[in-house]
Design a protein around this ligand. Structure first.
Ligand SMILES: [Zn+2]
Length: 156
């Protein structure tokens, strides 16, 4: 059974540093089962009622997965397009496939460029303060489209 769930959230790491938040925006609006949010969070939201507030702690394996060491690579500067301006923190895709990982330049040592294709939140335990603002059945339109409609959801 699919549900439409609206919620405000503040995402923190295990040390309490805020990584992301819906503050100042409409609540996030998702359809369950549509893989719009990480599975661990969806599972907890499905147990909550409208108006309920909770802190949900999600282990890396139910969020963005563990850090994969084989996604940390060192490549030579000449493997980049000639004249490419490289800097630490720069992000790029190695190809145009939609599922291609995004690599981040983590260090530059002379001609050795260290890159990391892990998701920035890989290996992190995520702490979500969530506040459920809406919980209802999807409308026939939403079911047909496979996503939530309305503020914070999908706009046409
Ligand atoms: Zn739609």
């Amino acid at each position: 059974m699919q549900n439409i769930i609206g919620f405000h959230y503040t995402l923190k790491d295990k040390d309490g540093a805020v990584l992301d938040s819906s503050e100042g925006q409409p609540p996030m609006l998702v359809m369950t089962g549509a893989q719009q949010i990480i599975p661990g969070l969806e599972k907890e939201l499905m147990k909550m009622k409208k108006g309920e507030k909770q802190t949900v702690v999600i282990a890396p394996e139910n969020a963005y997965g563990p850090v994969q060491e084989d996604m940390k690579l060192t490549v030579k500067r000449e493997q980049f397009p000639e004249g490419a301006q490289l800097h630490v923190g720069q992000q790029f895709k190695i190809n145009q496939e939609p599922q291609a990982p995004v690599f981040t330049v983590t260090a530059i040592k002379d001609d050795n460029i260290h890159i990391d294709g892990n998701h920035p939140m890989a290996g992190k335990e995520l702490h979500f303060d969530v506040d459920v603002t809406e919980k209802r059945m999807p409308t026939p339109d939403e079911l047909a489209h496979g996503h939530a409609h309305g503020p914070g959801g999908h706009h046409h």
